[in-house]
Design a protein around this ligand. Sequence first.
Ligand code: PM9
Length: 461
Amino acid sequence: MSINTSKRSWAEPYKMKMVELLKTTTRTNRLNAIRKAGYNTFLLPSEDVYIDLLTDSGTNAMSDRQWSQFMLGDEAYAGSKSYFKLESAIHEYYGYKYIVPTHQGRGAENILSKVMIRKGQFIPGNMYFTTTRVHQELAGGKFVDIIIDEANDPTNLHPFKGNVDIEKLDNLVKKHGADKVAYVSLASNVNMAGGQPFSMENLKALRKYTKIHNIPIIHDMTRVAENAYFIQKREKNYAKKSIREIVKEICSYTDGATMSAKKDALVNIGGFMATNDPHVFEEARNLVVVYEGLHTYGGLAGRDMEAMAVGIKESVDDRHQAARIGQVIYLGEKMESYGVPIVKPIGGHGVFVDAKAFLPHLTQDQFPAQALAAEIYVDSGVRTMERGVVSAGRKPNGENYYPDLELVRFTLPRRVYTQAHMDVVAESVAEVFQKRERIKGLKMVYEPKYLRFFQARFEKL
Ligand code: PM9
Protein backbone atom coordinates (compact mmCIF):
# COMPACT_ATOMS: atom_id res chain seq x y z
CA MET A 1 0.00 0.00 0.00
CA SER A 2 1.43 3.41 -0.86
CA ILE A 3 0.97 6.43 1.39
CA ASN A 4 -1.32 9.32 0.48
CA THR A 5 1.12 12.17 1.13
CA SER A 6 -1.58 14.83 1.10
CA LYS A 7 -3.29 13.12 4.07
CA ARG A 8 -0.45 12.45 6.50
CA SER A 9 -1.51 12.10 10.17
CA TRP A 10 -0.99 14.73 12.82
CA ALA A 11 0.10 14.03 16.39
CA GLU A 12 0.17 15.86 19.69
CA PRO A 13 3.16 18.24 20.02
CA TYR A 14 4.11 16.78 23.43
CA LYS A 15 4.83 13.48 25.14
CA MET A 16 3.86 12.23 28.60
CA LYS A 17 6.09 12.45 31.64
CA MET A 18 3.62 11.55 34.37
CA VAL A 19 0.33 9.67 34.29
CA GLU A 20 -2.71 9.38 36.55
CA LEU A 21 -4.26 5.94 36.79
CA LEU A 22 -7.91 5.61 35.83
CA LYS A 23 -10.42 3.51 37.69
CA THR A 24 -12.94 1.34 35.90
CA THR A 25 -16.30 0.48 37.46
CA THR A 26 -19.10 -1.98 36.76
CA ARG A 27 -22.49 -1.08 35.32
CA THR A 28 -24.09 -1.88 38.71
CA ASN A 29 -21.66 0.52 40.45
CA ARG A 30 -22.56 3.23 37.96
CA LEU A 31 -26.31 2.69 38.21
CA ASN A 32 -26.07 3.13 41.98
CA ALA A 33 -23.74 6.12 41.69
CA ILE A 34 -25.94 8.07 39.26
CA ARG A 35 -29.08 7.36 41.29
CA LYS A 36 -27.27 8.59 44.40
CA ALA A 37 -26.19 11.69 42.44
CA GLY A 38 -29.81 12.52 41.57
CA TYR A 39 -29.07 11.93 37.85
CA ASN A 40 -26.80 14.97 37.87
CA THR A 41 -23.28 14.28 36.62
CA PHE A 42 -22.00 17.25 38.68
CA LEU A 43 -22.92 15.33 41.82
CA LEU A 44 -20.91 12.22 40.96
CA PRO A 45 -17.70 11.70 42.93
CA SER A 46 -14.86 11.76 40.38
CA GLU A 47 -13.70 8.43 41.80
CA ASP A 48 -16.71 6.86 40.10
CA VAL A 49 -15.82 8.35 36.71
CA TYR A 50 -13.71 6.64 34.04
CA ILE A 51 -13.23 9.30 31.33
CA ASP A 52 -14.15 12.75 32.57
CA LEU A 53 -15.55 15.01 29.85
CA LEU A 54 -17.65 17.11 32.22
CA THR A 55 -15.70 20.25 31.46
CA ASP A 56 -12.51 21.69 30.01
CA SER A 57 -12.39 24.07 32.97
CA GLY A 58 -9.42 23.68 35.27
CA THR A 59 -8.96 20.11 34.03
CA ASN A 60 -5.99 20.81 31.74
CA ALA A 61 -2.65 19.05 32.04
CA MET A 62 0.02 21.66 32.78
CA SER A 63 3.35 21.47 30.98
CA ASP A 64 6.74 20.87 32.61
CA ARG A 65 7.44 24.56 32.03
CA GLN A 66 4.34 25.57 33.95
CA TRP A 67 5.14 23.21 36.83
CA SER A 68 8.73 24.48 36.98
CA GLN A 69 7.49 28.07 37.25
CA PHE A 70 5.26 26.97 40.14
CA MET A 71 8.41 26.73 42.26
CA LEU A 72 9.22 30.37 41.50
CA GLY A 73 5.87 31.62 42.78
CA ASP A 74 6.38 34.75 44.87
CA GLU A 75 3.85 34.42 47.68
CA ALA A 76 4.23 37.99 48.94
CA TYR A 77 0.88 39.44 49.95
CA ALA A 78 1.56 42.68 48.09
CA GLY A 79 3.48 43.44 44.93
CA SER A 80 4.30 39.80 44.12
CA LYS A 81 6.84 39.32 41.32
CA SER A 82 4.49 36.68 39.92
CA TYR A 83 1.77 39.31 39.47
CA PHE A 84 4.10 41.44 37.34
CA LYS A 85 4.95 38.41 35.18
CA LEU A 86 1.24 37.78 34.63
CA GLU A 87 0.61 41.44 33.85
CA SER A 88 3.38 41.48 31.30
CA ALA A 89 2.11 38.24 29.63
CA ILE A 90 -1.35 39.80 29.31
CA HIS A 91 0.14 42.97 27.82
CA GLU A 92 2.26 40.98 25.40
CA TYR A 93 -0.26 38.40 24.17
CA TYR A 94 -3.61 40.19 24.59
CA GLY A 95 -2.69 43.87 24.69
CA TYR A 96 -5.14 45.10 27.36
CA LYS A 97 -3.81 48.02 29.40
CA TYR A 98 -5.01 47.34 32.93
CA ILE A 99 -5.59 44.01 34.62
CA VAL A 100 -7.17 42.77 37.82
CA PRO A 101 -6.44 39.12 38.71
CA THR A 102 -9.32 37.05 40.10
CA HIS A 103 -9.65 33.52 41.44
CA GLN A 104 -11.49 32.43 38.26
CA GLY A 105 -13.75 33.75 35.51
CA ARG A 106 -16.85 34.41 37.57
CA GLY A 107 -14.83 36.49 40.02
CA ALA A 108 -13.98 38.77 37.09
CA GLU A 109 -17.62 38.75 35.91
CA ASN A 110 -18.84 39.77 39.34
CA ILE A 111 -16.52 42.78 39.51
CA LEU A 112 -16.99 43.84 35.89
CA SER A 113 -20.81 43.62 36.13
CA LYS A 114 -20.85 45.64 39.33
CA VAL A 115 -18.65 48.33 37.77
CA MET A 116 -20.19 48.56 34.31
CA ILE A 117 -23.93 47.81 34.65
CA ARG A 118 -26.49 50.30 35.93
CA LYS A 119 -29.88 48.97 37.07
CA GLY A 120 -32.27 48.61 34.13
CA GLN A 121 -29.56 48.54 31.45
CA PHE A 122 -29.40 45.92 28.71
CA ILE A 123 -26.41 43.71 27.94
CA PRO A 124 -26.65 42.36 24.40
CA GLY A 125 -24.44 39.37 23.74
CA ASN A 126 -23.68 36.48 21.39
CA MET A 127 -25.64 33.89 23.40
CA TYR A 128 -25.82 33.71 27.16
CA PHE A 129 -23.34 31.98 29.38
CA THR A 130 -24.61 30.71 32.74
CA THR A 131 -22.28 32.49 35.17
CA THR A 132 -21.92 35.59 32.99
CA ARG A 133 -25.66 36.17 32.76
CA VAL A 134 -26.30 35.54 36.45
CA HIS A 135 -23.80 38.29 37.35
CA GLN A 136 -25.35 40.63 34.79
CA GLU A 137 -28.79 40.00 36.30
CA LEU A 138 -27.58 40.33 39.89
CA ALA A 139 -26.15 43.73 38.94
CA GLY A 140 -29.64 44.79 37.74
CA GLY A 141 -29.08 44.28 34.01
CA LYS A 142 -30.97 42.29 31.40
CA PHE A 143 -29.20 40.05 28.90
CA VAL A 144 -30.46 40.18 25.30
CA ASP A 145 -29.38 37.52 22.83
CA ILE A 146 -28.06 39.01 19.58
CA ILE A 147 -26.30 35.98 18.12
CA ILE A 148 -27.12 35.11 14.49
CA ASP A 149 -30.12 32.76 14.07
CA GLU A 150 -27.95 30.05 12.51
CA ALA A 151 -26.40 29.43 15.96
CA ASN A 152 -29.65 27.91 17.16
CA ASP A 153 -29.77 25.25 14.46
CA PRO A 154 -27.44 22.29 15.21
CA THR A 155 -27.42 21.24 11.55
CA ASN A 156 -26.59 24.64 10.03
CA LEU A 157 -23.05 24.65 8.64
CA HIS A 158 -22.36 28.39 8.94
CA PRO A 159 -18.58 28.65 9.57
CA PHE A 160 -18.97 31.45 12.14
CA LYS A 161 -22.02 30.61 14.22
CA GLY A 162 -20.69 32.82 17.02
CA ASN A 163 -21.26 35.96 14.94
CA VAL A 164 -23.28 38.88 16.26
CA ASP A 165 -26.37 39.88 14.28
CA ILE A 166 -25.74 43.63 14.11
CA GLU A 167 -29.30 44.26 13.01
CA LYS A 168 -30.56 42.73 16.26
CA LEU A 169 -28.21 45.04 18.16
CA ASP A 170 -29.34 48.03 16.14
CA ASN A 171 -33.00 47.22 16.87
CA LEU A 172 -32.23 47.20 20.60
CA VAL A 173 -30.37 50.51 20.36
CA LYS A 174 -33.15 52.09 18.31
CA LYS A 175 -35.80 50.90 20.75
CA HIS A 176 -34.11 51.87 24.02
CA GLY A 177 -31.26 54.21 23.14
CA ALA A 178 -27.50 53.54 23.31
CA ASP A 179 -27.41 54.88 26.85
CA LYS A 180 -29.48 51.94 28.01
CA VAL A 181 -26.87 49.50 26.70
CA ALA A 182 -24.16 48.84 29.30
CA TYR A 183 -21.85 47.12 26.81
CA VAL A 184 -21.85 44.34 24.24
CA SER A 185 -20.89 41.07 25.89
CA LEU A 186 -18.92 39.28 23.20
CA ALA A 187 -17.71 35.73 23.81
CA SER A 188 -15.07 34.15 21.64
CA ASN A 189 -15.77 30.56 20.60
CA VAL A 190 -19.27 30.65 22.05
CA ASN A 191 -19.62 27.92 24.64
CA MET A 192 -23.39 27.42 24.71
CA ALA A 193 -23.64 27.40 20.91
CA GLY A 194 -21.27 24.42 20.77
CA GLY A 195 -17.87 26.10 20.83
CA GLN A 196 -18.57 28.23 17.74
CA PRO A 197 -16.33 31.13 16.62
CA PHE A 198 -17.07 34.63 15.41
CA SER A 199 -15.25 35.95 12.34
CA MET A 200 -12.86 38.88 12.32
CA GLU A 201 -15.04 40.48 9.69
CA ASN A 202 -18.03 40.36 12.03
CA LEU A 203 -15.98 41.71 14.93
CA LYS A 204 -14.70 44.61 12.81
CA ALA A 205 -18.26 45.46 11.78
CA LEU A 206 -19.33 45.32 15.41
CA ARG A 207 -16.44 47.58 16.40
CA LYS A 208 -17.47 50.08 13.74
CA TYR A 209 -21.08 50.08 14.93
CA THR A 210 -20.26 50.35 18.64
CA LYS A 211 -17.78 53.19 18.02
CA ILE A 212 -20.52 55.24 16.38
CA HIS A 213 -22.86 54.61 19.32
CA ASN A 214 -20.20 54.83 22.00
CA ILE A 215 -20.93 51.36 23.38
CA PRO A 216 -18.01 49.37 24.83
CA ILE A 217 -17.31 45.77 23.82
CA ILE A 218 -16.45 43.47 26.71
CA HIS A 219 -14.81 40.31 25.53
CA ASP A 220 -15.34 37.01 27.31
CA MET A 221 -11.96 35.73 26.16
CA THR A 222 -12.11 32.40 27.93
CA ARG A 223 -11.53 30.52 24.64
CA VAL A 224 -10.04 33.25 22.44
CA ALA A 225 -7.17 31.18 21.05
CA GLU A 226 -9.62 28.48 19.95
CA ASN A 227 -11.63 31.16 18.14
CA ALA A 228 -8.41 32.39 16.52
CA TYR A 229 -7.70 28.87 15.26
CA PHE A 230 -11.00 28.83 13.36
CA ILE A 231 -10.34 32.31 11.92
CA GLN A 232 -6.97 31.07 10.68
CA LYS A 233 -8.54 28.01 9.09
CA ARG A 234 -11.73 29.53 7.68
CA GLU A 235 -11.40 33.26 7.06
CA LYS A 236 -10.01 34.92 3.99
CA ASN A 237 -6.61 36.62 4.51
CA TYR A 238 -5.90 34.89 7.84
CA ALA A 239 -4.41 31.57 6.69
CA LYS A 240 -0.86 32.94 6.92
CA LYS A 241 -1.31 34.73 10.24
CA SER A 242 -0.33 33.01 13.47
CA ILE A 243 -2.83 32.32 16.23
CA ARG A 244 -0.78 34.66 18.36
CA GLU A 245 -1.30 37.52 15.88
CA ILE A 246 -4.99 36.76 15.45
CA VAL A 247 -5.60 36.68 19.22
CA LYS A 248 -3.96 40.09 19.62
CA GLU A 249 -6.00 41.51 16.76
CA ILE A 250 -9.28 40.22 18.28
CA CYS A 251 -8.45 41.84 21.62
CA SER A 252 -7.53 45.11 19.90
CA TYR A 253 -11.13 45.59 18.71
CA THR A 254 -12.53 45.28 22.24
CA ASP A 255 -12.46 47.56 25.29
CA GLY A 256 -12.02 45.08 28.06
CA ALA A 257 -12.33 41.43 28.96
CA THR A 258 -13.12 38.78 31.49
CA MET A 259 -11.14 35.58 31.38
CA SER A 260 -11.46 32.18 32.94
CA ALA A 261 -7.84 31.10 32.55
CA LYS A 262 -8.93 27.57 33.49
CA LYS A 263 -9.68 26.94 29.82
CA ASP A 264 -7.49 28.43 27.05
CA ALA A 265 -4.71 29.48 29.40
CA LEU A 266 -4.02 25.92 30.51
CA VAL A 267 -4.17 26.28 34.28
CA ASN A 268 -6.18 24.56 36.97
CA ILE A 269 -7.33 27.77 38.64
CA GLY A 270 -7.22 31.48 37.80
CA GLY A 271 -8.74 34.33 35.86
CA PHE A 272 -8.65 38.07 35.40
CA MET A 273 -10.51 41.13 34.33
CA ALA A 274 -8.88 43.51 31.87
CA THR A 275 -9.80 46.95 30.60
CA ASN A 276 -8.40 49.83 28.62
CA ASP A 277 -10.49 52.35 30.54
CA PRO A 278 -8.69 53.92 33.53
CA HIS A 279 -11.99 54.72 35.29
CA VAL A 280 -13.27 51.16 35.03
CA PHE A 281 -9.88 49.97 36.26
CA GLU A 282 -9.97 52.33 39.23
CA GLU A 283 -13.37 51.00 40.36
CA ALA A 284 -12.48 47.37 39.68
CA ARG A 285 -9.29 47.75 41.72
CA ASN A 286 -11.40 49.05 44.58
CA LEU A 287 -13.86 46.18 44.38
CA VAL A 288 -11.35 43.37 43.99
CA VAL A 289 -10.13 43.87 47.53
CA VAL A 290 -13.69 43.34 48.78
CA TYR A 291 -14.41 40.13 46.87
CA GLU A 292 -11.15 38.47 45.86
CA GLY A 293 -8.02 39.78 47.56
CA LEU A 294 -5.40 42.47 47.02
CA HIS A 295 -5.17 43.79 43.45
CA THR A 296 -1.81 42.07 42.95
CA TYR A 297 -3.12 38.56 43.65
CA GLY A 298 -6.94 38.61 43.40
CA GLY A 299 -7.51 35.31 45.18
CA LEU A 300 -4.59 33.50 43.54
CA ALA A 301 -1.34 32.15 44.89
CA GLY A 302 1.82 33.56 43.31
CA ARG A 303 2.47 30.13 41.78
CA ASP A 304 -0.94 30.19 40.07
CA MET A 305 -0.05 33.49 38.40
CA GLU A 306 3.31 32.06 37.29
CA ALA A 307 1.62 29.05 35.68
CA MET A 308 -0.94 31.29 34.01
CA ALA A 309 1.71 33.52 32.48
CA VAL A 310 3.31 30.46 30.85
CA GLY A 311 -0.08 28.95 29.92
CA ILE A 312 -1.07 32.11 28.04
CA LYS A 313 2.05 31.79 25.92
CA GLU A 314 1.51 28.08 25.25
CA SER A 315 -2.15 28.63 24.35
CA VAL A 316 -1.30 30.73 21.29
CA ASP A 317 1.04 28.13 19.83
CA ASP A 318 -0.30 27.00 16.45
CA ARG A 319 0.70 23.38 16.93
CA HIS A 320 -0.99 23.21 20.32
CA GLN A 321 -4.31 24.46 18.97
CA ALA A 322 -4.15 22.23 15.90
CA ALA A 323 -3.79 19.17 18.15
CA ARG A 324 -6.33 20.39 20.70
CA ILE A 325 -9.06 21.09 18.18
CA GLY A 326 -7.92 18.18 16.01
CA GLN A 327 -8.80 15.86 18.88
CA VAL A 328 -12.27 17.38 19.23
CA ILE A 329 -12.84 16.97 15.49
CA TYR A 330 -11.62 13.37 15.64
CA LEU A 331 -14.19 12.55 18.34
CA GLY A 332 -16.98 14.42 16.55
CA GLU A 333 -16.34 12.70 13.22
CA LYS A 334 -16.22 9.33 14.90
CA MET A 335 -19.61 9.94 16.54
CA GLU A 336 -21.03 11.11 13.23
CA SER A 337 -19.82 7.92 11.56
CA TYR A 338 -22.17 6.06 13.92
CA GLY A 339 -25.08 8.33 12.94
CA VAL A 340 -25.12 10.24 16.24
CA PRO A 341 -26.65 13.73 15.78
CA ILE A 342 -24.14 16.40 16.82
CA VAL A 343 -23.84 20.17 16.49
CA LYS A 344 -22.15 21.06 13.22
CA PRO A 345 -19.63 22.39 12.43
CA ILE A 346 -17.75 20.56 15.21
CA GLY A 347 -16.72 23.13 17.81
CA GLY A 348 -13.50 24.02 19.59
CA HIS A 349 -13.71 22.64 23.11
CA GLY A 350 -16.01 19.68 22.80
CA VAL A 351 -18.52 17.70 20.82
CA PHE A 352 -22.12 18.67 21.51
CA VAL A 353 -24.69 15.91 20.97
CA ASP A 354 -28.13 17.12 19.93
CA ALA A 355 -30.36 15.54 22.59
CA LYS A 356 -33.58 16.69 20.88
CA ALA A 357 -32.66 14.72 17.76
CA PHE A 358 -31.23 11.83 19.79
CA LEU A 359 -34.35 11.47 21.98
CA PRO A 360 -37.24 12.86 19.92
CA HIS A 361 -39.75 11.00 22.11
CA LEU A 362 -38.95 13.26 25.11
CA THR A 363 -40.27 16.83 25.56
CA GLN A 364 -37.92 19.52 26.83
CA ASP A 365 -39.72 19.43 30.21
CA GLN A 366 -38.52 15.84 30.55
CA PHE A 367 -34.90 17.06 30.41
CA PRO A 368 -33.62 14.98 27.48
CA ALA A 369 -30.01 16.18 27.66
CA GLN A 370 -29.85 15.57 31.42
CA ALA A 371 -31.30 12.07 30.91
CA LEU A 372 -28.88 11.31 28.07
CA ALA A 373 -25.81 12.42 30.05
CA ALA A 374 -26.88 10.04 32.85
CA GLU A 375 -27.42 7.20 30.38
CA ILE A 376 -23.97 7.61 28.81
CA TYR A 377 -22.40 7.59 32.25
CA VAL A 378 -24.18 4.33 33.09
CA ASP A 379 -23.04 2.76 29.82
CA SER A 380 -19.33 3.47 30.13
CA GLY A 381 -18.41 5.70 33.07
CA VAL A 382 -17.88 8.62 30.65
CA ARG A 383 -18.98 11.83 32.37
CA THR A 384 -20.50 14.58 30.23
CA MET A 385 -22.83 17.44 31.05
CA GLU A 386 -26.20 18.90 30.13
CA ARG A 387 -26.30 22.16 28.19
CA GLY A 388 -30.02 22.67 27.68
CA VAL A 389 -33.08 23.64 29.65
CA VAL A 390 -31.52 22.85 33.05
CA SER A 391 -28.43 24.99 32.36
CA ALA A 392 -30.61 27.81 30.99
CA GLY A 393 -32.36 28.16 34.38
CA ARG A 394 -35.12 30.65 35.13
CA LYS A 395 -35.72 34.27 34.20
CA PRO A 396 -35.75 36.83 37.02
CA ASN A 397 -39.60 36.56 36.89
CA GLY A 398 -39.38 32.83 37.68
CA GLU A 399 -40.32 31.44 34.26
CA ASN A 400 -38.08 28.80 32.74
CA TYR A 401 -35.87 29.76 29.84
CA TYR A 402 -36.43 27.28 26.99
CA PRO A 403 -33.29 27.38 24.83
CA ASP A 404 -33.51 26.11 21.25
CA LEU A 405 -30.41 24.01 21.83
CA GLU A 406 -30.77 20.97 24.09
CA LEU A 407 -27.29 19.47 24.13
CA VAL A 408 -25.02 17.03 25.90
CA ARG A 409 -21.49 18.38 25.97
CA PHE A 410 -18.49 16.06 25.64
CA THR A 411 -15.85 18.56 26.73
CA LEU A 412 -12.21 17.73 26.15
CA PRO A 413 -9.69 18.77 28.79
CA ARG A 414 -6.51 20.00 27.08
CA ARG A 415 -3.58 17.59 26.76
CA VAL A 416 -5.23 14.97 28.98
CA TYR A 417 -6.76 12.11 26.99
CA THR A 418 -5.56 10.07 24.01
CA GLN A 419 -7.12 9.08 20.72
CA ALA A 420 -7.87 5.64 22.21
CA HIS A 421 -9.97 7.32 24.90
CA MET A 422 -11.87 9.12 22.15
CA ASP A 423 -12.65 5.78 20.49
CA VAL A 424 -14.04 4.41 23.74
CA VAL A 425 -16.22 7.50 24.18
CA ALA A 426 -17.60 7.40 20.64
CA GLU A 427 -18.38 3.69 20.89
CA SER A 428 -20.26 4.24 24.14
CA VAL A 429 -22.40 6.96 22.57
CA ALA A 430 -23.04 4.72 19.56
CA GLU A 431 -24.21 1.92 21.85
CA VAL A 432 -26.57 4.22 23.75
CA PHE A 433 -27.82 5.57 20.40
CA GLN A 434 -28.84 2.07 19.36
CA LYS A 435 -31.01 1.74 22.46
CA ARG A 436 -32.29 5.31 22.44
CA GLU A 437 -36.02 4.49 22.32
CA ARG A 438 -35.77 2.89 25.77
CA ILE A 439 -34.39 6.02 27.46
CA LYS A 440 -36.84 7.66 29.86
CA GLY A 441 -37.10 11.31 30.83
CA LEU A 442 -36.50 12.87 34.25
CA LYS A 443 -38.35 15.10 36.68
CA MET A 444 -36.58 17.71 38.79
CA VAL A 445 -37.03 17.08 42.51
CA TYR A 446 -34.63 19.69 43.90
CA GLU A 447 -33.84 23.03 42.33
CA PRO A 448 -31.34 25.50 43.79
CA LYS A 449 -31.93 29.21 43.27
CA TYR A 450 -28.80 30.06 41.24
CA LEU A 451 -27.06 28.09 38.46
CA ARG A 452 -29.32 25.13 39.09
CA PHE A 453 -27.47 22.76 36.75
CA PHE A 454 -24.64 22.40 39.27
CA GLN A 455 -26.73 21.02 42.12
CA ALA A 456 -30.26 20.12 40.92
CA ARG A 457 -31.51 16.60 41.61
CA PHE A 458 -33.74 14.45 39.42
CA GLU A 459 -35.70 11.21 39.48
CA LYS A 460 -36.58 8.93 36.58
CA LEU A 461 -40.07 9.35 35.18
N1 PM9 B 1 -17.19 27.55 31.97
C1 PM9 B 1 -17.56 25.26 31.54
O1 PM9 B 1 -17.54 24.10 31.94
C2 PM9 B 1 -17.20 26.01 33.94
C3 PM9 B 1 -18.42 26.39 34.67
S1 PM9 B 1 -19.95 25.90 33.99
C4 PM9 B 1 -19.86 24.20 33.97
O2 PM9 B 1 -17.79 25.57 30.36
C5 PM9 B 1 -17.28 31.17 29.82
C6 PM9 B 1 -17.47 31.24 28.36
C7 PM9 B 1 -17.13 29.96 30.46
C8 PM9 B 1 -16.99 29.92 31.88
C9 PM9 B 1 -16.93 28.70 32.57
C10 PM9 B 1 -16.97 31.15 32.58
C11 PM9 B 1 -16.82 31.18 34.05
C12 PM9 B 1 -17.12 32.31 31.89
N2 PM9 B 1 -17.27 32.31 30.55
O3 PM9 B 1 -15.76 28.77 35.73
O4 PM9 B 1 -15.75 30.94 36.88
O5 PM9 B 1 -17.14 28.85 29.73
O6 PM9 B 1 -13.70 30.17 35.80
O7 PM9 B 1 -15.54 30.87 34.40
C13 PM9 B 1 -17.29 26.33 32.47
P1 PM9 B 1 -15.17 30.14 35.79
